[in-house]
Design a protein around this ligand. Sequence first.
Ligand code: PNW
Length: 613
Amino acid sequence: MATDASLAKLVKKLPKDFLAGFATAAFQIEGSTDKGGRGPSIWDGFSRIPGKTLDGGNGDVATDSYRLWRQDIALLKNYGVRAYRFSLSWSRIIPLGGRNDPVNPEGIKFYSDFIDALLEAKITPFVTLYHWDLPQALHDRYGGWLNKEEITKDFTNYAKVCFQHFGDRVKHWLTLNEPWCVAVLGYGRGVFAPGRSSDRVRSPDPVNPETVHPLLRTGGDSKTEPYIVAHSLLISHAHAVKLYRDEFKHFQKGEIGITLNGDYYMPYDDDPANATAGQRALDFHIGWYADPVYLGHYPEYMKEVLGDRLPTFTPEEIALVHGSSDFYGMNTYTTCLAKNGGDDEFQGNTIYTFTRPDGTDLGCQAQCGWLQAYAPGFRLLLNYLYKRYKLPIYVTENGFACKGENDITVEEAVNDTDRINYFKGNTQALLDAIADGVEIKSYFPWSFLDNFEWADGYGTRFGVTYVNYQTQERTPKKSSAFLMKVRLYSPFIIGLCLLLEGGGSRFHRKFGESGPELACLGRGGSTKWEFGDWMARRKRRHCKRVRVLSWSGDGRRKPGPTAGTRQTACVYSPDPRILGSSPRMWLPSTLATHIFHDTDRLTDVFTLFVRYI
Ligand code: PNW
């Protein structure tokens, strides 16, 4: 496996406009479901039904980010991200959802302030319009995604409201997140809201069918509804994109697309039947959506198996859908081995396994059964998608939930070695894919915070930040420090060294051994040994621009200008824009620790320092 230093070196070669950040979704973090004029969404009610989530958790509080958003942005800023992917809650913006329903000014203000604060922090907003939280009123009124005519109009109207209010500042739009999950998990397997399926234990028929919309008179039909819903999703997405392109793009100058989930399916062995099975799985997971959007038709195999259960596009519809994404939006987590057989239609009648023919596992097992770490699969999938769909790829989600992380203390949980290894492998794989010629424009690890993991509730933690759900305290895990250390978030670092009395131990508690770009050195014992070696290694290996100017009292280095004094700090930068002609400057040391990542931000902080003196 690559060393952190060699990774960091490669990361430096990423294109200048590469967007590295973190991703979240409204329902998973906001909470305050009944505050600020928000209307109910299908996930509010669904998650409150006993048995729908593993631990009985719901979205009422989540990570309380509707209230704590300023703190969240401060943390994102500390992490040094260049971009942040989040979603808007439709029912916060239009509480009843429909095109004739009122827009909620409080909802608009909330997101508007949020976007302003991100920009203020020099973080690029990457905004998803729909991350699964359909306004409940639209489901009840006409069957939600089951009703193509209605939902298309309402979704397009919602998109328009968002472009009108936020499009002056948002230049990266995603219409839908993972339509496969909406269709299959929401209407096929019935494990996600609205929880419909053919299984009448899971999804009973309504008690008074005559009181509900005709499309909702049964508990669902897993053989047909997912395909109907998927069709509505694709067409709604395409209408929103057309609207953006026709009415907004020319002056707002942003880009818009869809983001699809899809893992890699690798043949179990060299049996040709398993190779075909792997392709079938890719068709059912990815091709179902990506083929219409990028190639202009549903996959042949799906048409063959589903017959008239697969809706057909009218010529107008397919003309709209084909080409309706400016880029390939990619959410991916894992790789499975595909074996011919089984009767799971949603898997393309393919059996998935993580166990190789020799009995070994493909990779490290996560908390959720469906996820093992396998970096080579990430590289293969990036190549597959680029070759097939021929558009630049935005990786909009990728992440890992460490097994058992919820059963240990926060002190233990922050040592998230499995997650670090996952990111280490996948960062390398991403760089390898770029070297293979794949055009990749972003990397958004899932997730910024531990959060409401849908049907898993709160027991599955995907965050690089630990959240204590009792106190809402956020504690960075070591994986966040790793991502900063490989400079994924700071390709333009100038380098800064502060010498602070006592800063080290505080810093160490927060970030562990793999500290980010700021080193705190001082005369105190712990400060010294915790950071000294790290700093020295770093300096030698790949951080020539960060200098240790002084290091007093440890006997290994010459006492510098701080020897015998307190209250000093030194900023060093070879960049004349930062310090003028003199490359170093001594400052009082009582400033809090900060992490600096790019010229702009460093200049800001430095201005602050100067004011302080
Ligand atoms: C994605 N599966 O969901 C979502 O976009 C996120 O909201 C979610 O938290 C994240 O991945 C982690 O799960 C998925 O069963 C949910 O294969 C389920 C699956 C895949 C992705």
